[in-house]
Design a protein around this ligand. Structure first.
Ligand code: 5GP
Ligand code: MG
Length: 185
């Protein structure tokens, strides 16, 4: 694996992100909504770096399984979400790639009539945006490579890596061998 952001760099970037968010929400009671599952590591770190009153909840957005780079049908499940009506919401996701996911989740949140919605992502991929919607906060810009770790997965694995890495062909090979040896799929 090629490490793009090690533990220290991630911590620095997430600390800066927390600072920017704190400044932007100064004096306002915020409701943080994390997009499952990719944002769980970011949300866990971010909320402990923001020294302000907040509520924390989740929403689920998942694409139908398939090739990692192809976009499947997006399913948004807000059943587990906190009530956000009349609240100042910060939506948190792992990565803004084409932007379709974040745009769709923001549209969904508008149905609940919050007083404001802003969004924060850990990563923004260069040159991939296909929507007009822009995230309000992004900790890092990365090149157009498929990355895993710090919450991001490949076939539901690698989310626990404490660093962010790009998968290389030999990693995909090893992954396939591991999966078939353990009959995981
Ligand atoms: P978008 O809708 O912005 O194209 O893509 C957003 C979703 O695609 C992310 O929430 C994430 O699940 C997935 N995704 C996009 N790029 C990557 C990547 O490089 N690595 C991983 N693990 N997931 C990605
Ligand atoms: Mg995701």
């Amino acid at each position: 694996m090629k490490i793009l952001l090690d533990k220290e760099k991630l911590h620095d970037g997430v600390s800066r992100l927390a600072q920017d968010i704190e400044t932007a929400f100064e004096g306002r009671h915020m409701t943080i909504i994390g997009v499952l599952t990719g944002s769980v590591v970011l949300v866990a770190d971010l909320i402990r770096l923001i020294d302000q009153p907040m509520r924390v909840g989740v929403i689920q957005a998942s694409s139908y399984r398939g090739a990692t780079t192809e976009r499947g049908e997006l399913i948004i499940n807000s059943e587990l979400m906190l009530d956000i009506t009349g609240r100042d919401v910060l939506l948190v996701d792992d990565i803004f790639d084409t932007g379709h996911t974040l745009e769709r989740v923001v549209d969904k949140l508008h149905e609940f009539e919050p007083s404001s919605i802003r969004s924060a992502v850990l990563l923004r991929k260069e040159g991939r945006q296909e929507v007009e919607y822009e995230p309000d906060f992004a900790a890092f810009r990365i090149p157009d490579e498929f990355v895993v770790g710090y919450g991001l997965d490949y076939e539901d694995m690698y989310r626990n890596l404490p660093f962010l890495a790009a998968l290389e062909p030999e990693d995909l090979q090893k992954h396939a061998e591991h999966v078939s040896a353990n009959q995981l799929l």
